[in-house]
Design a protein around this ligand. Structure first.
Ligand SMILES: Cc1cc2nc3c(=O)[nH]c(=O)nc-3n(C[C@H](O)[C@H](O)[C@H](O)COP(=O)(O)OP(=O)(O)OC[C@H]3O[C@@H](n4cnc5c(N)ncnc54)[C@H](O)[C@@H]3O)c2cc1C
Length: 247
């Protein structure tokens, strides 16, 4: 069944890191955005050989969408990426077609469970959209939520300050940037050297107490999934969103 398309007008763009651009869009029809944090939209872009469909996680919370009348996505620059070329070339005022929201990578009722949220690169966007919901859950219960973000260096920690702010406000929230190439000089307390999977494997994990979310690079997700299964995590407690490239 064809999806209903709607126009999105670019209202702002800002670099988040040297390779990631945040694009902020408003709906052309003026309708409010209706989505659950963790969902994505699909952009329908005009490619040289026909329509390119590319999905992007919504990086802004519904609260922010109501306040600003816009949603944000964070796009990584991929070498020879066809959609990236179009998106990095967009100017304010230009319109793209979109459908959605889609996806089930969302927070659910998991009474008494702690959350471990794991991402590589822009895979952290869904968690940024969840920030107010995470804050509310932490304020209501004795849960712990820990976020691991894997990137190459400190200049690639997108939305890092937002996560550090929550960690400062709520000690039950922890944020670790796992940096595969180099740390800040001097290193900052939330930084660890190495791949995100290595930090994951160094944590005390318990399938009776934790639900794990994995988002971003498919290899990281497959490796983490295999590890968690070896610890007897049940599949419903390992929630995944792979950033695969389409056509
Ligand atoms: C549910 C979902 C959510 C997604 N959310 C986001 C998001 O929030 N932000 C985001 O930036 N992307 C996201 N993606 C990936 C995105 O949809 C595109 O695949 C990506 O932007 C590349 O598209 P492209 O047309 O520019 O590259 P293509 O022209 O399709 O690919 C060009 C070349 O780059 C390689 N390539 C493709 N993607 C990557 C990559 N990530 N890293 C390295 N090489 C790559 C391809 O294998 C190919 O060789 C998501 C994907 C899914 C399925």
């Amino acid at each position: 069944m064809p999806h209903e398309l709607f126009g999105l007008r670019l209202v702002a763009r800002r670099p988040l890191t040297p390779r990631v651009l945040e694009l902020r869009f408003a709906r052309v029809d003026g309708h409010p955005f209706d989505y659950i944090p963790g969902q994505f939209i699909t952009l329908h872009l005009p490619g040289p050989e026909g329509e390119l469909r590319r999905s992007y996680s919504i990086a802004s919370s519904p609260e922010e969408a109501t306040e600003t009348g816009s949603i944000a996505i964070a796009v990584t620059e991929v070498p020879n990426g066809r959609a990236c070329r179009i998106l990095f070339g967009l100017s304010a005022g230009e319109v793209v077609q979109a459908s959605g929201p889609f996806g089930r990578f969302i927070l659910r009722d998991d009474p008494g469970m702690d959350y471990l949220l794991v991402a590589t690169g822009t895979g952290v966007s869904p968690y940024r959209a969840m920030l107010p919901s995470l804050g509310q859950r932490l304020a209501r219960s004795g849960r712990e939520i820990r976020l691991l973000l894997g990137v190459r260096g400190p200049d690639e920690v997108l939305y890092g300050q937002d996560f550090l702010d929550l960690a400062q406000a709520l000690p039950a929230f922890g944020f670790t940037a796992c940096l595969s190439r180099f740390l800040s000089d001097p290193p900052r307390s939330h930084e660890r050297k190495g791949y995100v999977q290595e930090t994951l494997q160094s944590l005390p994990l318990d399938p009776r107490r934790q639900v794990v979310y994995l988002c971003g690079n498919p290899e990281m997700i497959d490796a983490s999934l295999a590890y968690l299964k070896s610890l007897d995590f049940a599949l419903p407690a390992i929630r995944r969103e792979k950033y695969l490239s389409a056509n």
